[in-house]
Design a protein around this ligand. Structure first.
Ligand code: PLP
Length: 458
């Protein structure tokens, strides 16, 4: 077995890391994790960290859930691979779809399985096209997403994503994608504008965009109930209540991207339930298997399904599907994860723990560099600012959130820097005493960052 130093050298020479400055990586090398237990992960040197982002917002049941491991092991020993092409499937894929539909919100009636949030959203886009072609509306194709929304990195999903670094250098976004306003009240509201008034202004702006483009050209609107990678941005009061009637009026489908919010994160099983969203299409992944197996789902209503089924009959097949669609390993682990969510009433658990996290973070609002503390359920972010009154940002060169994340790491807490915010999204199995410890480590990183920030105060 290689030593940690040898592993790091190998990684520097051979890797191409996601979301990483590749040249910087050649110099500083990797953080190498070796094992996990509960909410903790341990690096190859044996250092312990609280995984404050549940990996990438996904390990809701922690890093050593014996039931998920047993379900995976059993499935590998029984039927390690099968697929969904040409009328075939597996018993577990059928069962996973049934479990998912049983807990899905509203009108969901059909399930397509993939392996990532990105491909779930790609599938949603293709279904929207197929649906409108089936209905004889070949011009109704554009999809409206939001600035700072995150929907993945495939060519189509990255186009929907409203973050510049997913577009720059990649010739994206592609055609037929529009972006409307980011619903971040603290950052984008006008002076004195209430959340409700801000939401109303954004809804008007959406309506105007639709009118300008022509409602007959707009097929769908996609939104995360709470924006995740864009900075953990819960919607302003009344936002979805105002947006949805506009979509209905123009026969525009509502796609809820529940890849982060799904399975209890916001205190209800779905973010759509927390914010009264009635999706026509819903995508989910991540916590669907507790992050243990790549597995995702795109759910659609019967109304969306019917024309698609007709169209496939006319064409002769529904020409979409991955080798790993409905993979039995993902299906088996998803069934077990959903069983656990039901047994422990995961949403109720989140509701009972949320005040400790949310109020705990809000006690840090007095810090001279904390502009906003926001979040819901067990997802939260702290926005760092140079000037609390004017909300002036730190200069980009300060890399303030990156510095915070490094200090947190040094104090044994993994979190995520997103723009000028730092985000927490811990495993939902976190215990109250562990939340206290996470907050203590977070506070230590904040104090270090306050000291660092002083050099930018002039
Ligand atoms: C809301 C949302 N949608 C889609 C994705 C893409 O998922 P994946 O990275 O599995 O492709 C992510 C990933 O973080 C996400 O947060």
């Amino acid at each position: 077995m290689n030593t940690p130093a040898a592993l790091a050298e190998l990684d520097k020479l051979q890797s191409l890391h996601p979301y990483t400055n590749l040249r910087r990586h050649e110099e500083r090398g990797p953080v190498i994790m070796a094992r996990g237990r509960g909410i903790h992960v341990y690096d190859v040197e044996g250092r312990e960290y609280i995984e404050g982002l549940a990996g990438l917002w996904c390990c809701s049941l922690g890093f050593s859930n014996e039931r998920l491991i047993a379900a995976a092991t059993k499935q590998l020993n029984t039927l390690p691979y099968y697929h969904g092409f040409a009328h075939k499937t597996s018993d577990v894929a059928i069962e996973a779809a049934r479990e998912l539909l049983a807990i899905a919100p509203g009108k969901m009636a059909r399930v397509f399985f993939g392996t990532s949030g990105s491909d779930a959203n790609d599938t949603a886009i293709k279904l929207v096209r197929y649906y409108n072609n089936a209905l004889g509306r070949p011009h109704k194709k554009k999809i409206i997403a939001r600035t700072k929304g995150y929907h993945g990195v495939s060519v189509a999903a990255a186009s929907l994503t409203g973050l510049p670094h997913l577009h720059t250098g990649f010739d994206l976004p592609g055609p037929d994608v529009l972006h409307t306003d980011c619903p971040h009240h603290w950052r984008f509201a006008q002076p004195g504008e209430s959340e409700e008034a801000f939401a109303a202004r954004l809804a008007r702006s959406l309506g105007q965009l639709i009118e300008r483009e022509g409602p007959e050209t707009i097929a769908a609107f996609i939104a995360e109930p709470v924006m995740g990678a864009g900075g953990v941005i819960p919607p302003p009061e009344g936002y979805f209540d105002l947006v949805q009637p506009i979509l209905k009026q123009h026969d525009i489908l509502m796609i809820a991207d529940e890849v982060i919010c799904g399975f209890g994160r916001t205190g209800q099983m779905w973010g759509s339930q927390t914010y009264d969203i009635e999706p026509d299409i819903l995508t989910c992944a991540k916590a669907l298997t507790g992050g243990y197996v790549p597995f995702s789902a795109t759910l659609i209503s019967q109304r969306v399904y019917e024309p698609i089924a007709e169209q496939s009959a006319k064409i002769g097949t529904f020409g979409h599907g991955y080798t790993y669609s409905a993979h039995p390993l993902g299906a088996a682990v998803a069934i077990e994860a959903m069983k656990i969510y039901r047994e422990v009433d995961i949403a109720a658990r989140v509701r009972s723990l949320a005040p400790q996290l949310q109020e705990g973070l809000r006690t840090l609002a007095a810090s001279p560099i904390v502009g906003e503390v926001r979040g819901v359920g067990l997802i939260a972010a702290v926005e760092l600012v140079k000037n609390k009154t004017t909300r002036e940002s730190f200069p980009p060169g300060a890399a303030i959130a990156g510095y915070f994340a490094e200090r947190a790491h040094a104090h044994g807490l993994v979190l995520r820097a997103l723009g000028e915010a730092v985000a927490l999204c811990p495993p939902l199995v976190i215990e109250p005493s562990e939340i206290d410890e996470m907050l203590a480590r977070f506070t230590r990183a904040l104090r270090d960052t306050e000291a660092y920030a002083e050099r930018f105060s002039k």
